[in-house]
Design a protein around this ligand. Structure first.
Ligand code: GLN
Length: 198
């Protein structure tokens, strides 16, 4: 059984829990999903999901609750993290916003709500490294990734902007992979890595 923690201080949680279960199923694995609202749970998790939501609120709460340090320790132990949208903003090195105290786990800088300036929300078929067929990506007031460090692999781009990136065990997405039935990215970030023993 893979124990998957979803940081649940704010943001969309249940859709991610369902996607994690579907991805586990596709691998013939069992997943136990636990919602994280306070410190003490992250150290028991094999994989972690940082969902979308409001990054300034999520940042404030994970620091206040002592969860932030635990997320950092999880990444430093080489355990998988999937960070989407506001979650990506949180793990970045700089979000160009003083209200977000970033965790510096993924060497990218981001601009909040930057896709939303032109179009609030949209869906786009994305070619993603490691997936055979395009992924239906839903963008909601999504962050733009402005710069990418040398150790960061770009897994997908949309209109010349990186929108899916990976650095070691940490995968970051500008979009929401939990809003369609397609759980291939949860699979890619978690189960393929766990099973590979990485
Ligand atoms: N706009 C949000 C933020 O900057 C992120 C959007 C999302 O997670 N859907 O916090």
């Amino acid at each position: 059984t893979v124990r998957a923690g979803v940081v649940a201080v704010q943001g969309d949680v249940s859709e991610h829990a369902a996607a994690i279960r579907r991805a586990a199923d596709a691998h013939g694995e069992d997943a136990e999903v636990v919602e994280i609202r306070q410190s003490g749970t992250v150290p028991e998790c094999d994989v972690l999901l940082l969902p979308g939501g409001e990054s300034t609120t999520i940042s404030r709460l994970v620091h206040r609750e002592g969860i932030a340090e635990e997320i950092t320790a999880h990444a430093e132990a080489g355990k998988p993290i999937l960070a989407t949208c506001a979650g990506l903003i949180l793990v970045s090195t700089d979000a160009n916003d003083d209200r977000v105290d970033t965790l510096d786990l993924l060497d990218v800088t981001v601009e909040r709500n930057a896709f939303g300036r032109q179009r609030d929300s949209f869906e786009a078929p994305l070619s993603v490294t490691g997936l055979d067929e395009p992924f239906p990506a839903v963008f909601i007031r999504a962050p733009v990734i402005d710069s990418v460090g040398d150790d960061v692999e770009v897994l997908a781009e949309w209109e010349d902007d990186p929108v899916a990136v990976r650095q070691g065990p940490v995968v970051g997405l500008s979009f929401h992979p939990e809003l369609t039935d397609d759980s291939r990215i949860h699979d890619l970030a978690f189960f393929e890595t766990v099973l590979a023993g990485a």
